[in-house]
Each structure stands twice: as structure tokens, then as C-alpha cells.
Ligand binder design. Structure first.
Ligand code: PRX
Length: 552
């Protein structure tokens, strides 16, 4: 481990950057979450995250400020804060009209469009719980999630609804099409549409993968708004003139917390880009909109790095602050950005369950490439052994965080046992990651402690893929692992046995791959499938030994 730390040449803050946090140790010593929350919690103890995100700015006189730029190929739209507020109010009234009440789960299944963001806010505005779904999900993935928490309403569009098996989702009462919502008549005279709720009331539910079982519904509370706001201000470093772009879809926690809540709580102009990844389109977007803050993931940076000659063709000089999340950020990428773009990439570590940044790099502090940064003020990290005791600095152990903090999830929907598993050591949240912390507080990611696969920053359950694979008539048994990959971090690799009567062929393997892709989602479909005569198993329980597969 000392090797890692010595190898990490520090990168000091660059001159010309704007700093708003210049004394980490002092701020850490004086920090209190209660102080941070005062602005958001009303005198009567109530809060509404959607009000704080949009309405507040209109009330404070910023209604004409540009809230968002939407770009999808040649299509371009711009909305002011006032326009976003009015549209959100209308959506909220439509939802009320069809009977949505506080605490109901309302799902959003839309591409990255303004309507996707507006729907999420409208749901929250009336006190319901928003369930945003990643746009690439297929029928089964959609069904499983809505069924798990009994979603009552779904906002989607006329194309994506083809991937919604509504006849198999009994709780679903209404499907609203984004194309039609605007023309639904509502009584606009209805006084304030905002439902003031308790900080502990449900805000948003994100489904994420564990290493066993079905995806779990991570429920966050309105209190998270405090965490979103202050990390947006300090870590994203948002100032009034910033044009901010987070590349993640709001179906993932990065896309909601740092694509929607944090930037808008800080009154930034956000960029929503539709369509798929292309280095040209991304660079063009940065140049055209003069993007100043850019939050993305290592896989995307590695893809850009592999097309380095493109850099010269674009003017990217507007970019002043770059951040990364979701998977290990290799030092090579940090050095590349530093040398070629003149910017540092600031790694951030957190999880769906944590609701906001926990380990970060501030623009004002040294970066040690290879580390994820240091704990956010108000956050205390521990490296624990198997008994839950704190290990000395420099040891590898389980990365844990002292509870509570405002962004921390409120529950795993309908599964107290899974929820309690995170808190098996008194006073700690257990992340499932293994890490080292050095003498200067910097935290170095080592690996997951379980079998969860991280491909392009997306968390994939081997269990989910295996369960799907064995539904295919040709597949006997299946073991799924993450295979190291230079661009995507890991790729999904499946080892299977064939049932008798089936012969190995390219066509069959492709058919099996498509079976997973078309039922679950493209990003979880195995990139490689290898056929074995038998899979390695434990002697007693007969469980498939993924570790042994991985060792191959
Ligand atoms: O293993 C860690 C990895 O992603 C996991 C969390 O995934 P998810 O809930 O999908 O949230 C991703 C974005 C918030 C973690 O347990 N991870 C996240 N950030 C980093 C990371 N691994 C290494 N470096 C990071 N900065």
C-alpha cells in the first residue's frame, strides 16, 4: 500500500480556478449538518425538495435565468426557471387530478429529456415518491421495479410504453404519456400546489443491484436536500454563471442527485443531452454551450482518451471543473486531462444508498491520483476489520461511514433485513467496498468485498444475469463475473453449461446474449459467453464458485 501512496504524485490546485473552500481542516472542524439544514427546513419543520430545487429561485427573482439547455442532435430547447416551474406545476396538477396522493409511488420511464426532469419534480412537489427508471430497461426490468413498490402511476412516452408490460403490473392505475400531459386541462387557479412534508418523508426511490436477489429499492427522504445542496456548492463548485453538465440519466442516482437536485438547488444552468455517447457530439456540446462544469465517469474519460486526436478540433477552454464517479479513476486519465485539457479530474466516491458525496476532492485541495479523495466535512470514514473494529491507517479493510448524515437512505423498500445488513456494526454504514485510508485522510479504493460487477460505472448483479441466463432453454447452469477491461473497468462475462441436445455455435451464443439484453437491458447482457462442461461449485452446498471462474 505504501507503494500506491508513494506512486501518487500530488496534483496541486491549478491557478485561475475559483476556490470557495480553501481550508479543509478548519471547515471540517467547524462543520455541522444542522447549520447547513437551516435554510431548507421551514419554521413549522416542513420541507419540499422540489420547491427548493426550482420554485424558490423564481420567488427570489431569478425566474428569467436559464435553467436548462436541452440538446439532442439538431433539436435544441431552452427553458428558464420560471418555465420549468410552470411546467412542473402543470404536471403536478395533472397528477393530483388523477388521484396521486402523498407517499404514492409514481414512476418515470423517459429518455433524457426536459419532460423526464420535470416529471420527477412534479411528483415530488405533491409529496409523492418519484421512481425514475433508466431509459434502456426492457420489459422485465421495468416490471420488476414497479411491482416491487406498487407503483400507482407511470409517466412514459408512446415509444417507450412498448417496453412496459402493464398487464403484469397490477398496482398500475394510470399511464400518462409525456406527449399528452401538456394538453390535459387542469384548474390552474388551484392555490399552491406544493405539499409541505416532513424531512423524513419519502422523496425518490432508486433501484440498484446487490450481489444476491432482485434489485433493491433504495428510498431517500426529503432531508437529503441539505446534502445535495452543500455538496453541489462545495464539491461541484457551482457559481452563478456556471453551465453544468452531468452525463448520467436520472434513472441512476448520479443523474438525479447531481444531474438535477444539486445543480438546481445551487441555481446552475444545467445541460441535458439526449442520444448516445459519441466523442464528437460531447466535445461539440461543450464548445457550443460553453460548459464550465462537467461530471462524468471513468469509462467515458477513457473512451475520450482513446480518441485523443479529436481534442485539437474543439475549443474546450470553457471547462473549469471536471468530476468523476462510479468506478476507479486511473491516474493515467487524471494525468491525461491535466496535460491535454489543463484541468484536474476530481474523483468522488459515494453510492446509491448514501444519497450524496462522501469522499471527495475539493477544487482547493491537492489531488493524489489513485485516491478517491477525502471525507466530506461532517463525514467520518472508518476502515474496519471483520469484527467491525477500526484498523490503523494504511491497512486494507471494509470501508464504513459513521451514521447518520442527511443523504443516507431511509429504507430498502419492503426489505428490512437487507437494510439492516448495511448497519451490522453499531454506528456504522457498511459500504461493501474495500479501501485503505492514509495518514492525510485520503481514501484508496481497492475492490468490492462482494461479487457485484461494475461495468462502465453501472452496478450489475451477477445473480440477476445468472437467473435470466438459466431461463433460456439451452442453458443448464450459469456463473457470471466481471472480467477486467481496459475501457469499461469490467465487462460481464458468463460461463454456462449447455443442456443436452444443444450444440455450441456462434448463433446460439448470440441468441443467449440477446435473450438477456431484450429481457433486462443492454448493459447487463454478457459481452462474452464461454461454455464449460461443468461449473466449479462448493462441495457441500453446490453453490457456483464465481471466484474460481474469475481466477481463470
Ligand atoms: O464500488 C463502488 C463504486 O460504485 C459503487 C456504488 O455504485 P452505485 O450505487 O451504482 O453508485 C454509483 C455512483 C454514486 C461503490 O460501492 N464506486 C463509486 N464511486 C467510486 C467507485 N469505485 C471507485 N472509485 C469511485 N470514485
Amino acid at each position: 500500500m505504501s507503494e500506491i501512496i508513494q506512486a501518487s504524485k500530488r496534483i496541486p490546485p491549478l491557478k485561475g480556478h475559483l476556490y470557495n473552500l480553501s481550508n479543509y481542516n478548519q471547515i471540517k472542524a467547524e462543520f455541522s449538518w444542522d447549520d447547513m439544514g437551516r435554510d431548507f427546513i421551514r419554521a413549522n419543520g416542513k420541507v419540499n425538495a422540489a420547491y427548493e430545487t426550482i420554485d424558490r429561485h423564481v420567488e427570489e427573482g431569478y425566474g428569467d435565468k436559464i435553467a436548462l439547455h436541452y440538446v439532442n442532435g439538431d433539436e435544441k430547447q431552452t427553458y428558464t426557471f420560471k418555465e420549468v416551474k410552470e411546467k412542473t406545476d402543470h404536471y403536478a396538477r395533472v397528477l393530483k387530478k388523477i388521484g396521486v396522493k402523498k407517499g404514492d409511488r409514481v414512476f418515470v420511464f423517459l429518455p433524457k429529456t426536459p419532460e423526464c426532469y420535470i416529471s420527477i419534480l412534479a411528483i415530488i412537489k405533491i409529496g409523492a415518491i418519484a421512481g425514475p427508471l433508466f431509459e434502456a430497461f426492457m420489459r422485465e426490468a421495468v416490471k420488476e421495479r414497479i411491482n416491487d413498490c406498487g407503483g400507482k402511476v407511470l409517466i412514459t412516452d408512446k415509444e417507450m410504453v412498448k417496453r412496459v408490460p402493464h398487464e403484469e403490473i397490477p398496482s398500475l392505475e394510470t399511464i400518462l404519456f409525456a406527449e399528452d400531459i401538456e394538453s390535459v386541462p387542469v384548474d390552474a387557479a388551484t392555490e399552491n400546489i406544493v405539499e409541505w412534508v416532513d424531512p423524513e418523508d419519502g422523496l425518490i426511490i432508486h433501484y440498484t443491484s446487490g450481489s444476491t436477489g432482485k434489485p433493491k429499492g433504495v428510498l431517500h427522504a426529503h432531508r437529503a436536500v441539505v446534502h445535495h445542496y452543500i455538496s453541489g456548492k462545495w464539491v461541484l463548485d457551482i457559481k452563478d454563471n456556471d453551465v453544468y453538465w452531468c452525463t448520467s440519466h436520472p434513472g441512476w442516482v448520479t443523474g438525479s442527485v447531481y444531474g438535477l437536485f444539486a445543480p438546481w438547488l445551487n441555481r446552475a444552468t444545467i445541460v441535458i443531452q439526449g442520444g448516445r455517447f459519441s466523442a464528437e457530439a460531447w466535445y461539440q456540446l461543450i464548445e457550443d454551450l460553453k460548459i464550465t462544469i462537467w461530471y462524468s465517469a471513468p469509462t467515458a474519460f477513457r473512451m475520450l482518451l482513446s480518441q485523443e486526436d479529436l481534442l485539437e478540433k474543439y475549443d474546450l477552454s470553457s471547462v473549469r471543473h471536471v468530476l468523476s464517479v462510479g468506478e476507479p479513476l486511473n491516474p493515467e486519465v487524471i494525468y491525461w486531462a491535466w496535460e491535454k485539457l489543463g484541468v484536474r479530474i476530481h474523483d468522488t466516491w459515494w453510492m446509491t444508498e448514501t444519497g450524496g458525496h462522501l469522499v471527495v476532492n475539493f477544487p482547493s485541495e491537492d489531488i493524489k491520483p489513485g485516491s478517491m479523495g477525502r471525507p466530506f466535512p461532517g463525514i467520518q470514514v472508518g476502515i474496519l476489520d471483520e469484527e467491525g473494529n477500526e484498523l490503523p491507517r494504511g491497512s486494507i479493510g471494509q470501508l464504513a461511514v459513521r451514521t447518520p448524515w442527511p443523504g443516507l437512505m431511509k429504507e430498502i423498500w419492503g426489505n428490512k433485513e437487507k437494510f439492516d445488513n448495511y448497519f451490522k456494526y453499531e454506528g456504522w454504514y457498511l459500504s461493501g467496498d474495500l479501501a485503505i485510508q492514509d495518514e492525510d485522510d485520503y481514501v484508496f479504493f481497492q475492490s468490492r468485498s462482494d461479487d457485484i460487477i461494475n461495468s462502465s460505472g453501472e452496478r450489475i448483479s451477477p445473480f440477476e444475469v445468472e437467473s435470466k441466463l438459466i431461463e433460456h432453454p439451452a442453458v443448464g447452469e450459469a456463473g457470471v463475473i466481471g472480467k477486467p477491461d481496459p475501457i469499461r473497468g469490467e465487462i460481464v462475462k458468463a460461463f454456462i453449461t449447455l443442456r443436452s441436445g444443444y450444440e455450441e455455435s456462434e448463433e446460439l451464443l448470440e441468441e443467449i446474449r440477446l435473450f438477456v439484453k431484450n429481457n433486462l437491458a443492454a448493459h447487463v447482457a454478457p459481452k462474452e459467453i464461454e461454455i464449460l462442461d461443468e461449473l466449479p461449485k462448493t462441495k457441500i452446498s453446490g453453490k457456483i464458485l464465481r471466484r474460481e471462474l474469475k481466477a481463470r
